[in-house]
Design a protein around this ligand. Sequence first.
Ligand code: PLP
Length: 373
Amino acid sequence: MENKKIPWWQPRVEREDYEFIKQALDANFINEGPLAERLEKEIASFLDAKYAVATTSGTIAIFLSLKAVGIGYGDEVIVPDATFIATANAVELTGAKPILVDINPNTLTISVDAIKKAVTPKTKAIIPVHVTGRGADMEKIMEIAKKQNLFVIEDAAEALGSKHSAKGGSASGGKEKYLGTWGDTGCFSFAANKTLATGQGGMIVTNSDEIFNRLRPLKDQGRFVRGTGGDDAHNTIGYNFRLTDLQAAVGLGQFAHLKERLARMKRNYKLYAENLKDIKEIKIFPSTDEETPQWTDIITNKRDELEKYLREKNIDCRKYWHPIHRQPPYKLPDDNFPVSTELLPKSLWLPSAFTLTDEDVLRVCEEIKKFFL
Ligand SMILES: Cc1ncc(COP(=O)(O)O)c(C=O)c1O
């Protein structure tokens, strides 16, 4: 028992996944069809968004969102230095330039002051990233966007089911909304390490009729309505970024378990927060009641030693990304990114799968205590 492997994360295929896949196979329709549409409806209704548009990945959800609001060559898009590199790559794919900015040390999400300094006449959009389900400061970001006439494309790849309140929180009458529904669009990922995992997959949500009317043809060869595939009308340029019904089937089966998965992830975080609070060598980020930490993260000066120690105990963690400005395609001097340069090499995700039990999480806490005490 002591040596049971504790994964950092693992997806889980549910009984319902098999039933939905059988439905797709029995219907002999495995391209994007009724099941993808059903998944779109479920996600839109769950998040209280007007529209959801399924696509092939979170990266492409961001790319399509940027294209849908008309971003391309010559434009600048503000992106945090602490994110999975996909966020910047999606901007590159449109031909626009990602402008990296530093992060807030208390949340590891995009710094509002850094956004203000980075805006130029070429800036067209901001992409706040809700790192590990922690909301970027959406109220202030929306204010800046309104004042400067910028689009806001939320990278909510890690934030499905996480909510965020405007100042004062819901208790004091502030607005509480799901992350991904604050900006012009919200982009979700169904990659294997996310709460819903369809192999690859993504979803865009929006409340804008105009953006929705651009997204559909953009992901389907410029068609709004799919006909025979022969004499269809292709009124604009589009691509093939459709999710198949086979993938949607897996998403639908797991969607039936979304609430219990979110509850378990919150429980993982709570156990870590309670049990690690007295270890002064560790900083664990605060999480509001509305937020669901996709993965629980800590900061420690002994990050690499701790990760190695836990691995030897059969406990897997995940080191944070390198700051994007240190990756070869986006190389920039450290000077403009003091926070991400200092904090990301100290940041670690603890085992956070929704498949973990209390016993698993407590075993991780015990080993961390042994390491530090
Ligand atoms: C913050 C963030 N943005 C974007 C992505 C890209 O999503 P995908 O892998 O589905 O393309 C991911 C996850 O992989 C992510 O964690």
